[in-house]
Ligand binder design. Structure first.
Ligand code: TPP
Length: 273
């Protein structure tokens, strides 16, 4: 399955899961769906049947509240049976509403923002110290980049020249309570990371060709940050750029409307319904 189709399918699945579980954070789930679809389709080397292999690439979802699309993707890729997704958010299910390491293919439980990317940098340093060939990827929110621990990680990875490490910032310009520019304006964010010794690439985070090119771009001797410029809620008209859909759970008439729009998109791009 191509990444374009995968990105719509995981939005559909995540929406359904969130509706049943009365779970939130759909805006941030939908903005990052394209980046993780390209990452898992065309970039990382992880065997779903052997997700703990020593030489696997590592992916850490630092914005752990956006686990629904990630669970949907991991199930689609065969890390665990898709039927498990029905239990998202239920008491006792491994599929908790912030990402859990109990789930095959998940490297780290996260949800307390600012920590995942720092742990990922440690994984990258470990790879270097032990002459391993694996690569490490971390996905952060742009609001998450307000956390001090993110900037410690930026300095640390730059100093140690972690060129086996890539951070993807899902720059959807909104966080929980407002626009990122009104809370802490970090722009121009790519220039800031560059000053700390990173290769920084800005892309349209919904353009799969641009994302692929950024993932493939060389960054010898430096860690890489991909600033993935996205739209919160991308893919569903009434969710796009709407802060409401950070915490709002899918309900009533909104549920079928989103399904209809996403199915129409699947049909447009030629995916089998
Ligand atoms: C340390 C910490 N503080 C607060 C929260 C509550 N919280 C959950 S999501 C969120 C907003 C994050 O914004 P951003 O990183 O831009 O995520 P996105 O917009 O992509 O969902 C906040 C403040 C948290 N999870 N962790």
């Amino acid at each position: 399955m191509k990444s374009e189709e995968l990105s719509v399918r995981i939005r559909l699945k995540a929406w359904d899961m969130a509706y049943k579980a009365k779970a939130s954070h759909m805006g941030g789930n939908f903005s990052m769906a394209d980046a993780i679809s390209v990452l898992y389709t065309d970039v990382v080397k992880i065997d779903p049947k052997n997700p703990d292999a020593d030489d696997r690439d590592r992916v850490v979802l630092s914005k752990g509240h956006c686990c629904a699309v990630m669970y949907a993707l991991l199930a689609q890729k065969g890390f665990f049976p898709e039927e498990e997704l029905e239990h998202f958010g239920e008491d006792g299910s491994m599929l908790s509403c912030h990402i859990s390491k109990k789930v095959p293919g998940v490297e780290l439980s996260s949800g307390s923002l600012g920590h995942g990317a720092a742990v990922a940098a440690g994984m990258a340093l470990n790879g270097k110290l032990n002459d391993k060939n694996y690569k490490v990827y971390a996905i952060c929110g742009d609001g998450e980049c307000d956390e001090g621990s993110i900037w410690e990680m930026v300095m640390f990875a730059g100093q140690h020249k972690l060129d086996n490490f890539t951070v993807i910032i899902d720059a959807n310009k909104m966080q929980a309570m407002g626009d990122t520019k009104d809370i802490i304006d970090l722009q121009p964010i790519s220039e800031k990371w560059r000053l700390f010794g990173w290769t920084a690439i800005d892309v349209n985070g919904h353009n799969h060709d641009e994302l692929r090119a950024a993932f493939n771009a060389s960054h010898e001797g430096k860690p890489k940050v991909i600033v993935s410029n996205t739209i919160k809620g991308h893919g569903v008209s009434f969710m796009e750029n709407s802060l409401w859909w950070h915490y709002q759970i899918p309900f009533n008439e909104y549920y079928p409307k989103a399904i209809e729009e996403l199915n129409a998109e699947l049909e447009r791009i030629g995916g089998n319904l």
